[in-house]
Ligand binder design. Structure first.
Ligand code: 13P
Ligand code: SF4
Length: 321
């Protein structure tokens, strides 16, 4: 795992108005703050851009800022660094990893790839730079179906690391993919039984779900899509209520952008807040401020890995332009 060497923030070393202090640092550093929808509301409110993995990658590819402050998880900030080798890319907490990315260790994946020498590799962006470096095309949850459809039908494909997104893509495209058996601990926590009970209690509600969920949960969904697609859907649907089957951080944007509607977070199996991503939630507004003030923790990687990982990311940006 990554090591965060910074001291823990204490109230005595923090300015009174963090929002104002962060705005000042942004001007001073010529920085842009990019945030994923799963970040805590305060971080979303201070960000210049909030988006899904594809939107964030596009912003990272296009920004003129000298410093990218990435409020998300490690693989997202790493993607920004792969695209911007000469920029300083900061992640508020370097321990903000991803349970799904962790299910795909590079040595094991290299051996798996060797067993399928005639296959090309399409990897979900939720993977390490080392896995990206072994891939031909990167995809996100919003473009996976579109990208697979562009690959000739005769070309065999390995899809990694998420077996749930892979299975969903197979169903949508009719393609046979060789799946790496990885998954996300957050999206596998949703209970089909509790979801059905919630739907009975709220018959007006539509169930909207992220494709990282397991099949029985997705089968209950009225709409399946990436975080941005879910946000766009609640804007156009005529229903007044939605049961949201993904990390509940997105509900902050839904409530802000569609104030008249109600958003109910889908429950997890136990009596825990396991539907909150423990990695995403490691970032806090205080850590974001300290990262900008101290100009660290910084994302770095070996140049050979960066160069190899850049190719499949560029292929994705080209193919989903
Ligand atoms: P999006 O592609 O919808 O942003 O999803 C990223 C993610 O990590 C979901 O768990
Ligand atoms: Fe990774 Fe799952 Fe968290 Fe998304 S929700 S960042 S896939 S652990």
């Amino acid at each position: 795992m990554f090591t965060n060497v910074l001291p823990k923030p204490t109230s005595s070393n923090l300015p009174f108005d963090l929002f104002e202090a962060i705005s000042e640092l942004k001007r001073e550093l010529n920085a842009v703050i990019l945030a994923h929808y799963y970040q805590e509301p305060d971080i979303q409110d201070v960000a210049d851009y909030i988006g899904d993995s594809l939107g964030l990658s596009r912003q990272a590819a296009d920004t003129d800022a000298e410093v990218i402050v990435f409020a998300g998880v490690h693989f997202m900030a790493e993607t920004a660094k792969i695209l911007n080798p000469n920029k300083l890319v900061l992640l508020p907490d370097l321990n903000a990893g991803c349970s799904l990315a962790d299910t795909c260790p590079p040595e094991q994946f290299a051996a798996f790839k060797q067993q399928h020498p005639d296959h090309i590799v399409v990897s979900y962006i939720n993977c390490s730079a080392e896995i990206k470096a072994m891939s031909d095309i990167i995809c996100t949850s919003s473009n996976a179906v579109r990208l697979i459809e562009q690959i000739p039908a005769s070309q065999p494909i390995i899809f990694a690391p998420d077996k749930n997104l892979g299975r969903y893509v197979m169903q949508q495209t009719g393609r046979d993919l060789v799946l790496w058996q990885g998954s996300c601990m957050v999206h596998e926590t949703f209970s089909e039984k509790k979801l059905v009970q919630l739907k009975v209690a709220h018959p007006q509600a539509e169930i909207i779900a992220h494709p990282e969920c397991e099949e029985p949960v997705l089968q209950q969904a009225d709409f399946v899509g990436s975080t941005t697609a879910l946000l766009n859907y609640v804007k156009v649907s005529d229903r007044p209520q939605f049961i949201v089957v993904t990390e509940p951080g997105i509900i902050h944007q839904m409530a802000k952008q569609v104030p008249g509607k109600e958003f109910i977070p889908a429950p997890s199996m136990g009596n825990c807040a396991c539907n909150e991503c423990p990695h995403m939630r490691l970032n806090t507004l205080e850590k974001l401020y300290l990262a900008m003030k101290n100009r660290q923790p910084e994302i770095t990687m070996p140049e050979a890995i960066r160069v190899a990982a850049l190719k499949p990311i560029e292929a994705m940006l080209r193919m989903s332009a």
